[in-house]
Design a protein around this ligand. Structure first.
Ligand code: PRP
Length: 174
């Protein structure tokens, strides 16, 4: 186990407090990038102060497969329903790894003229970046290991685990 549910809860509460302070008096559109960010988005939304007028939206992206993923080619599977023009957007990601997904989505959303666009990522693997992009709010920086649970999957499994785990290779499991 990398982070148990209580550590995650405390860290998410800390991020919620910081975001509530930064966005006080503003309206916020909290955008989840499905599927991995669904759990973090739900928990983060509920620890943002009620005085920050908050709406939700969702987008889903996929990569074109391994070869093109390294080129940063991302496919939009579900786009946002809301207009972004003139609004304060907080993009919610479970993890920033190579940064290619975030880099693509940021460009895609900035083209719609939001007033501001920031990023909250629960986990960050700074040593894995292929492009220079960073989240504004980070839960935990982690080493370059494959993690599952709290929304994150391996071949669509383990998303429902309440704690965050490192997926061990067959060698490490021996
Ligand atoms: C994960 C995660 C990010 C992306 C980060 O999504 O949710 O969107 O990978 O990786 P990157 O920084 O190397 O681009 P994934 O493609 O696993 O889909 P999922 O959210 O549906 O699990």
């Amino acid at each position: 186990m990398l982070f148990d549910r209580e550590s995650v809860r405390r860290r998410v509460a800390g991020l919620g407090a910081q975001i509530s302070w930064d966005y006080r008096g503003k309206s916020l559109l909290l955008v989840a990038v499905l599927k991995g960010a669904e759990v973090f988005h739900a928990d983060l939304g509920r620890v943002i102060d009620a005085e920050v007028e908050t709406s939700y939206d969702f987008m889903a992206v996929g990569s074109y497969g391994r070869a093109t993923r390294s080129s940063g080619e991302v496919r939009i599977l579900k786009d946002l329903d809301e207009s972004l023009e003139g609004r304060d957007i907080l993009l919610v990601e479970d993890i920033v790894d190579s940064g290619l997904t975030l880099h693509y989505i940021r460009r895609h959303l900035l083209a719609r003229a939001p007033r501001s666009l920031k990023v909250a990522a629960l986990l960050d693997k700074p040593s894995s970046r292929a492009v220079e992009v960073d989240a504004d709010y980070v839960g935990f920086a982690i080493p370059d290991r494959f993690v599952v649970g709290y929304g994150m999957d391996y071949a669509e499994r383990y998303r429902n685990l309440p704690d965050i785990h490192i997926l061990l290779s067959p060698d490490e499991r021996r």
